[in-house]
Design a protein around this ligand. Structure first.
Ligand code: ADP
Ligand code: MG
Length: 209
């Protein structure tokens, strides 16, 4: 079991900051193929601002993550900033009060975050966006948790499914966002937002349990 508090969430964000930094060039290169070559720099700028937040100034996991969401909205820009921000704001709002974090509570928060992203961006699974990472991750998480897996095992199932969902964007034709302007030419490229979102889930699996 993990103790839910601002510091636990800050550990997640610190890990993610490192991963985004190391992969910023790769993310930008993916965005160069089907977008405007800024996804890595957008995300790195946002995570740098997040890393400057002090978890000690927040009295709950939810309060800290709401600030993270607002920070991403105001620093990442592009399509991804508001989507990432909404994801974390809605995720935070669905978290219970600080205490032990269970798999079921995490599933509820993840599901709320995804609902927020879909409401904001109007993308469904198969549109070649970060939703293609999130939906399989949630399904795998819920399947594991309902089968009795704890938070750690459910997160690791979600991380594997997130990576598969990311890879499954390669043959898709984009129907949302900048890549959709390319039509058929968006095929055979991995979606940058699906790629960064897989890092978010993988990072959660490393840090939250
Ligand atoms: P921009 O496209 O404005 O340059 P980024 O490059 O930072 O923004 O982010 C692009 C990513 O945002 C895409 O790879 C895709 O995953 C995601 N995205 C774009 N539009 C949507 C949408 N409507 N719903 C969900 N995700 C989207
Ligand atoms: Mg871009």
């Amino acid at each position: 079991m993990s103790t839910l508090d601002a510091q636990l969430m800050a550990n997640w964000m610190a890990d993610l900051h490192g991963v985004i930094d190391v992969n910023a060039k790769m993310l930008t290169d993916l965005d160069r193929q089907i977008g405007d070559a800024d996804h890595g720099s957008n995300m790195a700028r946002g995570m740098k601002a997040v890393a400057a937040l002090d978890a000690g100034n927040f009295d709950s996991a939810a309060a800290y993550l709401k600030k993270v969401g607002m920070t991403l909205v105001s620093t990442v820009g592009g399509a991804a900033g508001p989507l990432y921000g909404t994801f974390l704001l809605r995720f935070a709002s669905a978290l219970p009060a600080d205490g032990e974090l269970t798999a079921n509570q995490f599933a509820v928060a993840l599901s709320a975050g995804i609902d927020g992203v879909k409401a904001r961006g109007k993308a469904e699974e198969g549109d070649k966006t970060l939703v293609d990472t999130l939906e399989p991750a949630l399904r795998a998480f819920e399947e594991a948790a309902s089968g009795g897996s704890d938070l750690a095992d459910s997160l690791s199932a979600a991380a594997s499914a997130a990576a598969e969902g990311r890879d499954a964007t390669i043959p898709l034709i984009a129907r949302k966002g900048r890549a959709s302007y390319l039509g058929d030419r968006s095929r055979d490229h991995q979606d940058p937002g699906a790629t960064s979102m897989a890092m978010v889930i993988e990072s959660a699996a490393r840090t939250l349990s």
